[in-house]
Write a protein that binds this ligand. Structure first.
Ligand code: EUG
Length: 613
């Protein structure tokens, strides 16, 4: 089957020819994933644009003048106007012009232009240009922050700085130190393949999907699944451009090496001397990171497994069993606990395959009834269960065996639980994909969820839960009750870090269905509010919910917000860098109607997201 058959958008890029492409070992899988997704697409590839995007308060004439200047500084071909029809594409052929998984109108979170710097120096030039023209810029590494806004800027008409296209070098892999230093355009796929090519006994750590930027995911504080799963915690050293164009190296990189070389301990010691500043460049709009170091894990033996639990109510006991195992690092990585409905979704078959009550249409939502899920699950290898735990153990054979004995013994306390190894499951079972991801082999399998509904988009609700049965149950019941109210199936994935779990609820919706978009938006707003009322906050959120989430961190009269704003105004006096990212606005934009706080009355689909200036 030719991979250009679908969608008329050209072929799937290969990693050998494009930095954002798919490695050849996965090219058939990518072709299949795309064909499945596109077979469910009812939207056209693109529609005619209805408006032009300009930065707020900048006239067409001034904008054209500014763009001409930028082009003469960086080269004509390295600045593109975003004046063509928008194409949502799909994961491997994703846009850098807007949010492919739009929840407002497709033309809301949109760039006016995209610029492609080739060096840190050119990034400095861009920031100086932005300050001169008071044009907001929005840096992306690769733009695959899917479910959280993708490549989209928060202020319509911002100029997107696409760092990855021309800054995608693995600058160094130090096999002795087990570390690397990369530019923003290095994907998990690319780093993994290079380590294989060099035959180094090292692992990377990747999230569920392998196409994202190693650097970008880490500064958004993303998570992966080996013992090095906390990406930010395993970074070591940064080089970055401040909003006013000055350069900064953090960690030991702040000390010059011998004869002008990079410091030899830049990727060995994180903090250096004085305040540890790296943290303020994560989930912020205080700088543009152009180089970042990471620790790599020495390769080891590993054994993945799955444990099923029969009852919904087992959640509390499961989490109580997990906690001490995680604290003692018997669970040495980031295991996942999922609901059984995901066993259906991750087969890649659409919801209508499992449940089709009123023909092909299922307007205004509604959940798949529990008894239908039970009946369908009973036809799958997991059987009629409620929860599925995906774990992996590491070390030599004896260590793994001893750990597995303990783990089996502990989880056996849950009546009716079952332990399964990969060889006991069919070749296409999801556990085999966990084996890869949990041993640092980046994959694509997670895309299969997206076939649940036509034109599927998704949105993550991502609160932090203590690893305690009672708290997990409270959060889970808020999420279930509100998903039922707004008519969405509940897809929970609890990623266990230790003392806390990232509870990720994945809202999958049809982006052609305005009603579904509105319900998804209301569902997010209400979950954020209700969780916060119980003291539970999100670790990360989609751009459009950033203000509301930031607002929930209100202790001490909004002390954290005030601190963030003080830093923002000091570092970025013109407020040009990624205004609104993570709810942080410079003084130029603050309090002028951009913030979308709890109780905001605008209907994002009808009224848009910009204040009437
Ligand atoms: C997932 C995990 C995340 C996240 C978004 C998605 C997993 C989905 C732990 O963080 O932020 C299967």
């Amino acid at each position: 089957m030719s991979n250009s058959t679908y969608g008329g958008q050209g072929s799937i890029p290969d990693l050998a020819v494009r930095y954002s492409g798919v490695p050849s070992r996965l090219s058939q899988e990518a072709i299949d994933a795309k064909s499945k997704l596109f077979s469910q697409k009812t939207l056209p590839d693109s529609v005619a644009r209805r408006r032009t995007a300009l930065p707020p308060g900048v006239s067409r004439e001034n904008f054209d003048q500014a763009i001409a200047e930028l082009r003469s500084a960086l080269g004509q071909e390295n600045v593109e106007l975003n004046d063509k029809p928008l194409v949502d594409g799909w994961y491997m052929e994703h846009p850098n012009t807007h949010d492919a998984y739009h929840i407002a109108d497709q033309e809301e979170l949109i760039a006016s232009a995209v610029v492609y710097p080739s060096s840190t120096e050119e990034v400095q030039k861009i920031t100086r240009w932005a300050n001169q023209h008071k044009i907001p810029i929005y840096p992306i590494s690769m733009g695959r922050n899917i479910g959280y806004g993708g490549a989209a800027p928060r202020i319509p008409g911002s100029v997107v700085v696409d760092l990855g296209r021309r800054m995608n070098k693995i600058l160094d892999i130090d096999a002795d130190n087990a570390s690397c230093i990369v530019e923003p355009g290095v994907s998990y796929f690319a780093l993994y393949e290079e380590i294989q090519r060099r035959k180094l006994p090292l692992w990377i750590d990747c999230p569920d999907l392998g196409g994202g930027s190693v650097l970008g995911n880490a500064i958004d504080r993303g998570v992966g699944y080996t013992p090095y799963g906390d990406h930010f915690a395993n970074h070591c050293g940064m080089e970055l451009v401040l909003p006013t164009g000055e350069l900064l190296r953090t960690g030991m990189g702040a000390m010059p090496g011998k004869d002008g070389a990079d410091n030899p301990t830049w990727q060995s010691f994180q903090a250096a001397y004085g305040p540890y500043v790296d943290g303020i460049f994560s989930q912020s709009n205080y700088g543009i990171i152009t180089k970042m170091g990471f620790w790599l894990m020495p390769a080891t033996s590993h054994q993945s497994y799955m444990i099923t639990f029969p009852r919904e109510d087992d959640l509390e006991q499961i989490v109580e069993i997990i906690r001490p195992l995680a604290q003692k690092r018997v669970l040495g990585n980031v295991p996942q606990l999922r609901h059984v409905i995901q066993e259906l979704a991750v087969t890649g078959k659409p919801r209508t395959h499992w449940y089709n009550p009123e023909g092909s249409k299922n307007k205004r939502g509604g959940q798949m009834p529990r008894d239908v899920i039970r009946q369908r699950a009973s036809t799958l290898p997991c059987g009629d269960v409620s929860w599925v735990f995906y774990g992996t153990q590491y070390g030599d054979e004896a260590t793994i065996a001893a750990q597995l004995d303990l783990i089996k013994k502990e989880f056996a306390k849950v009546r009716g639980s079952k332990f399964m190894l990969p060889h006991q499951l069919p070749q296409d079972h999801y556990l085999h994909s966990r084996v890869a991801v949990c041993s640092g082999v980046p994959a694509l399998r997670e895309l299969d969820w997206l076939n649940w509904v036509p034109n599927a988009a998704h949105l993550f609700f991502s609160p932090i839960s203590p690893t305690k049965g009672k708290d997990a149950t409270v959060i889970h019941s808020i999420i279930c009750r509100l998903h039922a109210k707004y008519g969405f199936d509940v897809f929970p994935t609890m990623c266990v870090a230790g003392r806390e779990m990232h509870y990720i609820a994945n809202i999958v919706y049809d982006r052609a269905d305005r009603d579904a978009k509105q319900r998804a938006t209301s569902l997010m707003r209400e979950m954020i509010r209700e969780a916060a009322n119980q003291g539970y906050g999100e670790y990360r959120t989609h751009l459009l919910f950033a203000d509301q989430v930031a607002e929930t961190y209100s202790w001490g009269g909004g002390a954290l917000r005030k601190f963030n704003e003080t830093v923002k105004d000091a570092l970025d006096p013109n407020g040009i860098l990624a205004p609104g990212r993570n709810g942080i606005w410079g003084k130029r934009f603050r309090g002028k109607g951009w913030e979308i706080l709890d109780g905001d009355k605008r209907d994002m689909l009808k009224d848009g997201i910009s204040p009437k200036l």
